[in-house]
Structures are given as C-alpha cells and as structure tokens.
Write a protein that binds this ligand. Structure first.
Ligand code: ADP
Ligand code: ADP
Length: 232
C-alpha cells in the first residue's frame, strides 16, 4: 500500500542543517497498522508527512496505492491527498465551524460534488458515534470528541490510508483508549491502512502489528507486536 525508498528530508534554518529523515525505506501492506515510534526529534512526524507529501522529500521515492507521488504536480497531488486522511496531536479543527462543517470542509477541499456531501458527512460522523454532535462547535467538545471529529474529517473522502501523527498525545489515558478503539475499528471494519506515529509504547502496542523504531532520522529497528489491548 505504501512503499518509501531512500527517503531523505533535510531542513536548513539559521541554526544550521538538520537531516530529519535520513535514507528511510519502509513498506506497509494494505490493511496493516504500521507503528512509528521514537523519541522527540527522531523524525517521525517528518517521515509520516512525506507519505502524503506535506513534506516533499529531497530524494527518494514515495509510492502509495501503486502510484509514485514525488513526481506528481501539486494540482494532481491534491486529488491523491484526499485519499490519504490525516489526524494530528492537536486535532486541527477550525473553531468557527461546527463538527459537520469541519468534516464537510475536507470534501469541499477535495472538490466533492455538493449533492452528496451531507450524506458523506453524516456517514463519517456515524463511524465515530458523533451524529448527535454534528452541529456542535469544537469549543463545546471534549478532547476525545474533537479527535473523533478529526477522524471523521479524515474519513470523509473514503481514504485508503489514514496517517495518525501523535493522535493520543493531547488526551488523557481513558480518552486514549477510546480514540484507539475507533482507530482499530477504522482499520478492521473499513479496511483502511493506518500509519501511527507516537512516542507512547503502550499506544503502538494497543494497535500496531509492525513497528519501525526511529532514531536521528533513521529507522534503526523493526519490531513485531501482538496488538494486545490497553488496560483501562
Ligand atoms: P519527531 O516527530 O520524531 O519529534 P520531527 O520529524 O518533528 O521529529 O523532527 C525531526 C527533526 O527535524 C528535529 O530536529 C526537528 O527540529 C527538525 N524539523 C522538523 N520540522 C522542521 C522544520 N519545518 N524546520 C526546521 N527543522 C525542522
Ligand atoms: P490549506 O489551506 O493549507 O490548503 P486545506 O484547504 O487543504 O489546507 O485543508 C483545510 C483543512 O481541512 C485543514 O485543516 C486540513 O487539515 C483539513 N483537511 C483537508 N483534507 C483533509 C483530509 N483528507 N484529512 C484530514 N484533514 C483534511
């Protein structure tokens, strides 16, 4: 589903040059949950952002669903990105839009026809059991509910891949379990391939089969975990 080959990404600032991702190879099978774990600054976030080309690699190849993305022009990339959902640590919801409007925005951005949007919004919110919060603004939602709206937004365009960048780092342990349950359902019931970036070992343990350990921009180890559930 996802194949990265020789992916390198360097940042140059006034402070100097950092190789955030250094010659990484990674293969994720269709329907898998791939964990990426490592300490802060290891390059996890940059790596996951190369999968949808939010970060354009300096070199290397990014193939998603059989298609090389690094050579696509920005215009075509937008359409492919709609098929790669993403959620973030701080949810990234727009505060002046309701839950339903946040989800609909992903459809508008992707150019989905107006006629079918309301049904897609409703279906996405139903996946995360938030149909009753459709008209709520983010300020009225808990952290866990906000992340569930973000999951719904990411699902709206029926992606084949969901990228999760520290999805539970801003919520409490009980909410972490709930968010992970929904991600598990997205993977198992909808068949969506998940890449899960986290610094929390218990989080990868709860969800991921294969885990890449990152250190200084490199994948230094591959682990295979059994997906044992988190204890409440
Ligand atoms: P992680 O997600 O594992 O915490 P990151 O991918 O965020 O790691 O960062 C890896 C390295 O790249 C860090 O040294 C970070 O400071 C640097 N970095 C990330 N993004 C940028 C950026 N936009 N500009 C400059 N340096 C960056
Ligand atoms: P930009 O203004 O930077 O181009 P977009 O218009 O692409 O941003 O996206 C607007 C908002 O919708 C952003 O908050 C973005 O995170 C979110 N978004 C768009 N498409 C998706 C998607 N497929 N999955 C998750 N979030 C999305």
């Amino acid at each position: 589903m996802i194949t990265l080959r020789g992916v390198t990404k360097t940042f140059t600032t006034a402070g100097g040059t950092t190789t955030a991702v250094d010659d990484v190879d990674l293969h994720v099978e269709r329907g898998a949950v791939q964990g990426i774990i490592g300490f802060s600054g290891a390059g996890k976030s940059t790596l996951v952002r190369t999968v949808n080309l939010l970060e354009r690699p300096d070199s290397g190849s990014v193939v998603v669903d059989g298609e090389e993305l690094t050579t696509l022009p920005e215009r075509e990339l937008r359409a492919r990105r709609a098929k790669i959902g993403m959620i973030f640590q701080h949810f990234n919801l727009l505060e002046n839009l309701t839950a339903a409007q946040n989800v609909e925005l992903a459809l508008r951005v992707a150019g989905a026809p107006k006629a079918g949007r309301a049904a897609k919004v409703a279906r996405s919110l139903a996946v995360v059991d938030l149909s009753d919060k459709a008209d709520a603004y983010p300020s009225k939602l808990s952290g866990g509910q906000k992340q569930r709206v973000a999951i719904a937004r990411a699902l709206a365009n029926e992606p084949s891949v969901l990228l999760c960048d520290e999805p539970t780092s801003a919520v409490d342990p009980q909410t972490t379990i709930t968010v992970l349950q929904y991600l598990k359902e997205v993977n198992e019931r909808l068949g969506i391939t998940i890449v899960l970036v986290t610094h929390q070992m218990n989080v990868v343990k709860a969800l991921a089969g294969d885990v890449a350990v990152m250190e200084s921009g490199r994948v230094v180890e591959h682990l295979r975990l059994d997906g044992s559930p988190l204890a409440p």
